[in-house]
Design a binder for this molecule. Structure first.
Ligand SMILES: Nc1nc2c(ncn2[C@@H]2O[C@H](COP(=O)(O)OP(=O)(O)OP(=O)(O)O)[C@@H](O)[C@H]2O)c(=O)[nH]1
Ligand SMILES: [Mg+2]
Length: 324
């Protein structure tokens, strides 16, 4: 294929003939594009749809010496040719792996050089700072006089502020990529597994009326309101003589220590805060959403906080206390 002017396109008037089978590759369009995403010359062949025609076209190309691209090969070529930077290449993989709209949005933002631009700006700020300091060290007696200390301080503060901003958004990025760790905790029989299943939309965890049913943490990925979560159902928190249950509670505590967000379930029937729950809520580092469960069984009392959310997996209702 010869090199043509940028963006030149070539559409043959007659269908091409395959090398291997001499059969016809009918196609509405074949074209060369010079401004390709990889930065390399590219021939794009369009065939009619279906199974046979595209397969015949691919077979003909393979017979002529072509080979299928390896996974990520075009992105790699784009990086090598300076069309994408490494962060954009990573964003391409993130976009392909995106399991939620929020992840896709973030990957697209990065493909659009979101983080790359911020890093480029930081780089130039650091270079300016370095130049100011180097000037002061190397040429303290130059005619132009010393660099004003305020200028160095301003440059330093700008760079430091940008680094702090990047560090601030890093955990958020990590959560979006991996899914925020959302742990469902509470006393035994509080309805944790039922809520877990309802959020997942599938019967993933065992539910029974026996307190202490869940003995190990059950983890699943979920997309809630467009955001990815690692949802974890845990063993109910209580003092227990049962060795297996104690081990399960230990696992619960480990998850709770690592949680990004905790849903603390409280059975509407026994809603008064017990000492254990109080202690837990006081020591939990992650934000805690207290949820009153089984609201279909509750009789509405008068003196309750109006803003605590309540749920019933039986009726499918989710409401704040004031609306029960
Ligand atoms: N009426 C009613 N019953 C519920 C509701 N949610 C859970 N239950 C029942 O409450 C009991 C305990 O539910 P689970 O979801 O197993 O409770 P848990 O907190 O996971 O219990 P453990 O695993 O033992 O700690 C079961 O019999 C459920 O059917 C609800 O919203 N309404
Ligand atoms: Mg359970």
């Amino acid at each position: 294929m010869s090199r043509r002017a940028p963006c030149a396109r070539f559409t043959p008037t007659r269908p091409a003939r395959s090398v291997a089978s001499r059969s016809c590759i009918p196609g509405p369009a074949r074209r060369w594009m010079m401004r390709s995403s990889t930065g390399e010359d590219l021939v794009e062949l369009s065939t009619h749809g279906g199974l046979v025609v595209p397969a015949a076209a691919v077979a003909a190309l393979l017979a002529a010496g072509a080979r299928p691209a390896r996974p990520g090969e075009f992105t790699r070529r784009a990086v090598l040719n300076g069309k994408l930077d490494l962060l954009q290449a990573e964003a391409t993989a993130d976009l392909i792996d995106a399991g939620s709209p929020a992840q896709a949005r973030r990957a697209l933002h990065q493909l659009d050089r979101g983080l790359s631009t911020r890093l480029a700006e930081l780089r130039s700020e650091l270079l300016e700072l370095e130049a100011l300091i180097a000037y002061e060290i190397d040429f303290p007696d130059e005619d132009e006089g010393p660099v004003a200390p305020e200028r160095v301080v301003r440059a330093w503060q700008a760079a430091r502020g940008r680094i702090a901003g990047l560090l601030d958004t890093a955990p958020e990025g990590e959560r979006l990529r991996e899914g925020a760790l959302l742990v469902i905790a509470g006393r035994p029989n509080a309805g944790k597994s039922s809520l877990f299943n309802a959020l997942l939309g599938t019967e993933r965890a065992i539910v029974t009326e026996v307190p202490g049913t869940t003995r190990d943490a059950v983890e699943a990925h979920a997309v809630l309101e467009g955001f990815p979560f690692r949802l974890v159902d845990t063993a109910g928190l209580r003092e227990s003589d049962d060795r297996v249950e104690r081990l399960g509670i230990e696992v619960s505590r480990k998850y709770l220590a690592a949680a990004d967000l905790v849903i603390f379930c409280r059975d509407a029937g026994c809603e008064m805060r017990d000492a254990g729950s109080q202690e837990f809520l006081a020591t939990c580092r992650a934000p805690v959403i207290e949820v009153v469960t089984k609201i279909d069984l509750a009789v509405r009392p008068t003196a309750r906080p109006p803003d605590r959310p309540g749920v019933s997996v039986v009726t499918g209702r989710w409401a704040t206390w004031s609306r029960w």
